[in-house]
Design a protein around this ligand. Structure first.
Ligand code: C5P
Length: 246
């Protein structure tokens, strides 16, 4: 089983604040994408790496990654799903296992990449790394009340302003919930079929496979595979680079 990894890296990274495409933001002086590719290349199973870069940066990303590992770089799309589909189209014919890995999970350890690949190789058509949910999770009704005059806009999009409250609709049983990471691993034919039948947009590739009716299994994820999304995550990632087990 030859393994290819598709790396969607074409996102704008708006939640990280101003500063260009997220995959090219610096962490300890190097772009997040470089950190991610180095760890993928260190996983013994990985034979092919295909990156979906922001379209205007395709050539620059090719030059950036050439000294790190042999990679194919394609232009990404407007949505993550489109970026994955474009990378999938570039997978060589002899590959039968395909992993999809977010560039934003730049500190994902090679061992996690191996464990996902191994689970697919052992016969599971679709495999995702997951972590238990530590917080209590509530379902809420959208904030309906308009902000009273004079209330300033919230500092960050995810913080409701004092004038706009959400109302709790119920508590979800967290024991049955999992946070989902990448790399997600698939038998190639399963991922190709799932993308071919994709209608609405889903936020991960396993979601497409679920819609297609195939079983998806979970393996233990890693806290190091956090998705670097907000400025807080960059600070955390910077600190994680200095811990011996990271
Ligand atoms: O936006 P989100 O956090 O879900 O992005 C996850 C990954 O998908 C990131 O690595 C991002 O660069 C990538 N992406 C992409 N093409 C897009 C949007 C996001 O490759 N159009």
């Amino acid at each position: 089983g030859d393994v290819a990894v598709l790396v969607p890296a074409a996102g704008a990274g708006l939640r990280l604040g101003p500063g260009g495409p997220k995959a090219l933001r610096l962490l300890a002086g190097e772009p997040l994408l470089v950190h991610a590719i180095r760890r993928l290349a260190a996983a013994p199973s990985v034979r092919v790496i295909i990156v979906a870069a922001p379209a205007p940066e395709t050539e620059a990303v090719r030059e950036l990654l050439a000294p790190i590992a042999p990679v194919t770089v394609v232009a990404g799309g407007r949505e993550r799903q489109e970026s994955v589909a474009r990378a999938l189209a570039a997978v060589p014919p002899d590959v039968d296992i395909v992993l999809v890995h977010d560039a934003a999970r730049a500190l994902t350890p090679p061992q996690l990449i191996e464990s996902v690949a191994a689970a697919v190789r052992s016969g599971h058509p679709a495999v995702i790394p997951v972590l238990p949910v530590v917080d209590t999770i509530k379902e809420v009704h959208p904030a309906a009340a308009p902000a009273p005059a004079g209330v300033a806009a919230p500092p960050a999009a995810e913080m409701p302003s004092p004038g706009r409250v959400e109302v709790v609709a119920g508590t979800v049983d967290r024991a049955v919930l999992r946070s989902v990471q990448t790399p997600q691993g698939f038998r190639r034919d399963v991922l190709v079929a799932a993308h071919a039948g994709a209608d609405g947009l889903v936020t991960d590739d396993a979601g497409l496979v679920e819609k297609a009716g195939a079983a998806v299994v979970c393996v233990p994820g890693s806290e190091l595979a956090l998705k670097i999304t907000r400025p807080f995550d960059l600070v955390l990632a910077e600190a994680l680079l200095h811990v011996p087990w990271a």
